[in-house]
Design a protein around this ligand. Sequence first.
Ligand SMILES: C[S@@+](CC[C@H](N)C(=O)[O-])C[C@H]1O[C@@H](n2cnc3c(N)ncnc32)[C@H](O)[C@@H]1O
Length: 220
Amino acid sequence: MSRQSITLDTAMHDYLVAHGTPPDDILTELAEETARALGGVSRMQISPEQAALFTLLAASLNVRNAVEVGTFTGLSSLALARGMAPGGKLVCFDISEEYTSIARRYWARAGVDDRIELRLGAAAELLPELPNEAYLDFVFIDADKPGYATYWGELVPRLRQGGIIAVDNVLWSGRVLDPASEHDESTAAIVAFNDMVAADKRVQATMLPIGDGLTLARKL
Ligand SMILES: C[S@@+](CC[C@H](N)C(=O)[O-])C[C@H]1O[C@@H](n2cnc3c(N)ncnc32)[C@H](O)[C@@H]1O
C-alpha cells in the first residue's frame, strides 16, 4: 500500500483533468467569465476534477434531493445538477445577488434551472427552514469557514442514511498544520471543524487531497 497521495504540479494536474471527462464549453465559459468579472475571487470555484466528481457522484447515487451552501457563480451547483435524476431538486444558499446572478444565467444555459432553487441570505438563518426530516441524498458545504460547524449541525440530521455530505477547503492550502492558525478565524474554524468531523460517530468520513481538500462523509 502506498503511504500517501502524490503531490501534483501544474503539468500533472492538467494531465489528470484532461484524462477524466474534461469540462465542456459551458463549464469552461463559466470559469472564464467568473475570472474576467471577478478577478482573483474566482479562485473560490471548485476545481475541474471536483466538478467532474460531483456530476459522477450525483448520477451514481441517483441524487434527487440536494443542498448546497455557498454557490458563488454556480460551478459546483451546475456540476451537481447535471448529474441529478430528472425531477431532482437542488436548493442553493448564498448571500450574494451579484455572484449568483452569473450562476442563474449558466443554469439556464445548461438547461438545469428547473431543478435548482436559490435562497439568498445567511445560511445559518435559512437552513433551519428546511424540512426536519432525513430526506437529503447529497449536501455540499463551501461557504464562510466559521459557519461550517453550524451548517454541518443543521444538515447531517437531514441526510438520509447512506447520503453523502461533501465539504470543501478542508486542507485550506495546508494552513491546517500552521501553528499560528489560531490567530486566523477561518483557519481556526476549519481546524476545529475537521476535528469535529473526525469524532462524529454519525458518519463515515474520508478527506481527499483534491482541490483544496474535500471531505466526503456518508451518513451511517
Ligand atoms: C467558496 S465560494 C463558493 C464556490 C462555489 N461552490 C463554486 O464552486 O463556484 C463561497 C460562497 O459562500 C457565500 N457565503 C459567504 N458567507 C455566506 C453565508 N453566511 N451564507 C450563505 N452563503 C455565504 C459567498 O457569497 C460565496 O459565494
